[in-house]
Ligand binder design. Structure first.
Ligand code: FNR
Length: 382
């Protein structure tokens, strides 16, 4: 289908289903255990409604903002997804070209297909092309975008340190440590595929063992189950200057601890429903923070991700105190379907919905996106 047929961020999935292999589809769509966290994420944002104001003169509106002190054209970034080579042959390189053309921030996964350096170079290359266009007399529509590095701590500190140093040297702006993955969650659909493949190869024993890691004591390596708050001080020191963010915080107490440990931000996230089963959706955690530790709001950036599929979802998150939101799967599908043009299109769709959503609820700037503009009372009473 023509890219113009994609009118909502959800539309890319159907197109991607026509191009992606069975394995890659399973990788992107998979969730933990019986899938309830993922379902919860997807339904969460529609559990609250708006309280629109009328007659507010919304002829001109402002959706520009900052993420961790860096300009962003809208309060949204592309969240980390590993192995984008499974989405598109151009992998992360293709992905960040689309982001750079829209000035949108991207979080780059430790387990990327392309190297840290290749991704940074592709991004810079695209920015330079834009700058040339600008000097030819065309005004750049967006501020320069930024890349951030998502860190998985390896069980060998030397490997973790190398990851941190390479990200720093390549110019990544901030370090986001994923803390919801001491071990990989139970990815049900991936296991089904492993079983099918093993049986096809006649590997009866391997099929029966697929995924049952609890019987072995060898950690996967890429993840570090021993990671604790003490390690953060070491990471903080090795990263040096520049913001540090914890990704995958899931209750109010840990937001307080993140602040005490010198973090500039937290991502309220259950990893797209791929880790702890029935972990809270970000909206629930956001409301928990508003109830139990509202004092942290304003002291560090509250980022949220999981199930945001529409600009109005983004607006609700901002109204409740998020500084920006992360989007995952829609970008994977958009990249698979149309390469970097898909990324641009997906951003345009969400930005347009956000802008029109603001006008329709009667606010002209994000500063006016306050809790009073949503009706979350039903959730508090539940
Ligand atoms: C992820 N996510 C993720 N997170 C992370 O910290 N490091 C990673 O390497 C990955 N990889 C990854 C791959 C794929 C295919 C998906 C779908 C997700 C989690 C991701 O950053 C984010 O938290 C969720 O995807 C957000 O939810 P939605 O927008 O996908 O619903």
């Amino acid at each position: 289908p023509h890219i113009a047929h994609c009118i909502t961020a959800l539309d890319f999935e159907a197109v991607a289903r026509g191009v992606l292999s069975h394995n890659s589809l399973s990788y992107v769509s998979s969730s933990a255990n019986a899938g309830l966290s993922l379902e919860g994420n997807l339904s969460s944002w529609s559990r609250i409604s708006f309280r629109p104001r009328v007659l507010r003169n919304v002829s001109s509106i402002l959706i520009r903002t900052e993420i961790l002190g860096f300009a962003s054209p809208l309060p949204l970034y592309a969240s980390a997804m590993g192995q984008l080579g499974r989405s598109h042959p151009g992998g992360e390189v293709e992905f960040v070209r689309g982001l750079a053309r829209r000035g949108v921030h991207g979080l780059i996964s430790t387990v990327s297909t392309n190297s840290t350096e290749e991704i940074a170079a592709a991004f810079r290359g695209e920015q330079e092309k834009l700058a040339e266009t600008t000097s030819n007399g065309v005004t750049a529509a967006f501020p320069p975008s930024q890349l951030h590095f998502q860190l998985y701590c390896h069980n060998d500190r030397a490997v973790t340190l190398a990851r941190i140093r390479r990200a720093k040297a390549a110019g990544f702006r901030s370090l986001w440590v994923t803390v919801d993955t001491p071990v990989l969650g139970k990815r049900t659909s991936d296991r089904r595929i492993q079983v099918t493949e093993a049986l096809e190869l006649g590997l009866e024993r391997a099929a029966e063992n697929a995924g049952f890691g609890w019987r072995s004591h060898a950690p996967a390596g890429d993840f570090q189950p021993a990671l604790s708050w003490e390690d953060l001080a070491w990471i903080r020191k090795e990263w040096g200057e520049g913001p540090l963010v914890l990704k995958g915080v899931q209750c109010a107490e840990d937001v307080r601890l993140a602040l005490q440990h010198g973090c500039q931000g937290v991502v309220l996230s259950n990893h797209g429903g791929r880790q702890a089963h029935t972990a809270p959706d970000a909206l629930t955690t956001l409301l928990e923070i508003r109830t139990y530790c509202p004092e942290v709001l304003g002291k560090l950036e509250i980022l949220v991700d999981g199930g945001l599929r529409d600009g109005s979802d983004v607006l609700k998150a901002i109204c409740l105190g998020a500084t920006a939101v992360g989007v995952g799967r829609p970008f994977f599908y958009a990249l698979a379907a149309y390469g970097s043009r898909g990324i641009e299109r997906c951003i345009d769709i969400l930005a347009e919905e956000l802008a029109s959503g603001m006008r329709l609820i009667g606010i002209a700037s994000l500063d006016e996106a306050k809790p009073e503009r949503v009706n979350a009372s039903r959730l508090f009473n539940e």
